[in-house]
Ligand binder design. Structure first.
Ligand SMILES: CC(C)(COP(=O)(O)OP(=O)(O)OC[C@H]1O[C@@H](n2cnc3c(N)ncnc32)[C@H](O)[C@@H]1OP(=O)(O)O)[C@@H](O)C(=O)NCCC(=O)NCCS
Length: 136
């Protein structure tokens, strides 16, 4: 059974392993706001959802390779995004995936978002990286 919950300090080593494996790690990463999907006591999915005064910012969405294509990311995102009352922003190279959850591409995004550089995005594939928003 899948248990979706807010991560605590004891989860940090497993989260760190998974973000590294999925190439979602970046130097300034904080582990205060992770949500995890746990199956049989093992963290198989994760997402970092940080709350700001006027919006949320979603990053580091990933599922362990062996557990992909089983609906785990969908279950995690549907649970953590459901009922949020503020805009949720993200940067991604896979907009088609996030469209499924109500995100739309923002052609010019607000200057108050965390800079893309924070997530090392510039170094991966800037030409395919977009900003998206999901409205409440
Ligand atoms: C993207 C990722 C999180 C999807 O996790 P997952 O648990 O395999 O996804 P799910 O099984 O919940 O898939 C939900 C739906 O999204 C679709 N989907 C999955 N990956 C997709 C992609 N890259 N592009 C478009 N659709 C995608 C699935 O086909 C599924 O559709 P269905 O409901 O019609 O069957 C996972 O592949 C991953 O961790 N990738 C590496 C990390 C990454 O790229 N993260 C995003 C960084 S911006």
């Amino acid at each position: 059974m899948l248990n979706i919950r807010r991560a605590g300090p004891k989860d940090i080593p497993a989260i760190l392993d998974l973000v590294k494996l999925l190439d979602l790690a970046y130097p300034a990463q904080s582990f205060k706001n992770f949500r995890v999907a746990e199956a049989n006591g093992e963290i198989v999915g994760l997402a970092d959802l940080e709350e700001f005064a006027d919006f949320f910012f979603l990053s580091s969405v990933g599922v362990a390779a062996k557990s992909q294509k089983q609906g785990i990311a969908a279950a995690l995102l549907n649970k953590i995004l459901g009922g949020l009352k503020k805009d949720v922003y993200l940067y991604t190279t896979i907009p088609d995936f996030f469209r499924r959850f109500g995100f739309k591409i923002v052609p010019t995004w607000p200057p108050y978002l965390p800079p893309k550089e924070t997530f090392s995005c510039r170094e991966c594939t800037p030409e395919t990286c977009v900003c998206m928003v999901k409205k409440p």
